[in-house]
Write a protein that binds this ligand. Structure first.
Ligand SMILES: Cc1cc2nc3c(=O)[nH]c(=O)nc-3n(C[C@H](O)[C@H](O)[C@H](O)COP(=O)(O)O)c2cc1C
Length: 179
């Protein structure tokens, strides 16, 4: 299976570590894995031009068109974000906004997707963040195979914590079964 992950942390912390760990695990199991780290891209903000929603024509030309093509090529998309104020990170939100032209022709319809939220606390806050990701997928008619909230706060927490790493392995293995 060809798996693409889009990671939206603003620092080199838990989301990066978890997604890289997950990628290595998938490769060990014989799958191909590519990571798009949004902080290394130069995606501009949406201009707020709602025409793109109706015409399918992007109002802003930059790396987003390349990312859209990449998403279409892969069998499974993993979206990973830290929980920021019970929501996705600004990088993830910008990515979501920039998919506006791809709603028009339902480019991402039936795209198999998995969602990962990294959060310091449990409870309502990360659930709200995850709900926003799920709503994004619902609008685009994507198919969410699995989702996970991973609890980690300080930037090296994931790298140091064997239990969290096991949780990610389980998450990856469940995806391979559901594919
Ligand atoms: C701007 C900001 C807002 C945050 N808001 C929340 C929050 O609402 N609830 C929570 O549990 N953690 C919150 N956190 C903590 C992060 O979710 C947590 O530290 C996570 O591990 C960050 O992932 P990262 O290491 O990939 O950056 C916030 C962190 C930042 C920087």
């Amino acid at each position: 299976m060809k798996i693409l992950a889009i990671s939206a942390s603003h620092r080199h912390g838990n989301t990066d570590a978890a997604i890289n760990f997950l990628g290595k695990h998938l490769v060990l199991k014989g799958h191909s894995f590519r990571l798009i780290d949004l902080k290394k891209t130069n995606l501009k903000f949406s201009t707020g031009d709602s025409n793109e929603y109706y015409t399918g024509k992007p109002a802003v030309l930059d790396e987003m068109q390349e990312i859209q093509k990449e998403i279409l090529k892969f069998d499974l998309l993993i979206l990973a974000t830290p929980n920021y104020f019970s929501n996705v990170s600004a990088l993830m939100k910008n990515f979501m906004d920039r998919t506006n032209p791809y709603y028009c022709n339902h480019d991402f319809k039936n795209k198999k997707t998995a969602l990962l939220v990294i959060s310091a606390s449990s409870g309502k806050s990360p659930k709200l963040c995850l709900a926003n990701l799920k709503e994004f997928c619902r609008i685009h008619k994507m198919v969410v195979l699995n989702s996970k909230i991973l609890l980690a706060e300080h930037s090296a927490d994931f790298a140091k914590n064997h239990k969290l790493q096991k949780e990610i392995e389980k998450f990856a293995d469940a995806l391979l079964v559901k594919k």
